[in-house]
Design a binder for this molecule. Structure first.
Ligand SMILES: [Fe+2]
Ligand SMILES: [Fe+2]
Length: 180
C-alpha cells in the first residue's frame, strides 16, 4: 500500500543519492561550476522546494491534527533543520558566485557548506525515516494516508524541462555518472 510516509521515504532515496554526489564533489580538485550550480538548483527545487514543501505544508500539519506540536518535539526539530539546510544552501550560492568571479579561495568554502549540508541532511533523513515517520504511522489511519497522498499530488514540481520529478532524477543520474 502507498502511504504518506513511504512517499516521503522515496524522495529521501533521491536526496541521499544527491548527498553522495555532493560528498564526491567535495573531493574533486576542480569541479565544473555548472555542476555546482546544478546541485544547488536540485536542492532548492527538489529537496527543499518539493520534498520539504510537502513535509511543511502537508505532512507536518497533518501530524499537528494528531497532536504533534510544531513548536516542540520532533516536528519542531525537523523544521529547524530545514532552516539550517537553507543556510548552507545560501553559503554554497554565495561562494559559487565568488568562484565565478575568479576568487580561487572560494571553492573551499563552497565545499565546507556542502559538507555541512550533507551531514545535516543524512542525520535529518535518518531521524525522519527511523523515528518521526514510524511515530506517524502509529497514529495515521489509512484514510489519513490517502488524504495526504492526494494533497501531495497537487504539489508535483514544475521542472525546467517540464518532466517534473523525472527531470530531477535524470539530472541526479547525470551528476552521479561524473561524481561517484
Ligand atoms: Fe524533513
Ligand atoms: Fe524529509
Amino acid at each position: 500500500m502507498k502511504t504518506a510516509t513511504k512517499d516521503l521515504e522515496n524522495d529521501h532515496i533521491h536526496i541521499l543519492r544527491l548527498t553522495d554526489i555532493m560528498e564526491q564533489v567535495t573531493k574533486t580538485v576542480a569541479p565544473e561550476i555548472s555542476d555546482l550550480e546544478s546541485i544547488v538548483s536540485l536542492i532548492k527545487n527538489f529537496a527543499d522546494g518539493f520534498h520539504h514543501a510537502k513535509e511543511e505544508k502537508i505532512f507536518f500539519p497533518g501530524l499537528e491534527e494528531k497532536g504533534f506540536s510544531p513548536h516542540q518535539g520532533p516536528v519542531a526539530v525537523m523544521l529547524a533543520e530545514h532552516i539550517q539546510g537553507r543556510e548552507y544552501v545560501r553559503g554554497m550560492e554565495e561562494y559559487i558566485k565568488l568562484c565565478k568571479d575568479g576568487d580561487i579561495t572560494a571553492l573551499k568554502y563552497v565545499f565546507a557548506n556542502m559538507s555541512g549540508y550533507v551531514t545535516l541532511l543524512r542525520n535529518h533523513i535518518s531521524k525522519e525515516n527511523n523515528i518521526l515517520f514510524r511515530m506517524a504511522d502509529n497514529v495515521l489511519t489509512p484514510e489519513d494516508h490517502a488524504r495526504l497522498l492526494d494533497e501531495y499530488s497537487k504539489v508535483e514540481p514544475v521542472s525546467p524541462h517540464g518532466g517534473g520529478v523525472t527531470d530531477y532524477i535524470s539530472e541526479i543520474e547525470r551528476l552521479n555518472s561524473i561524481y561517484h
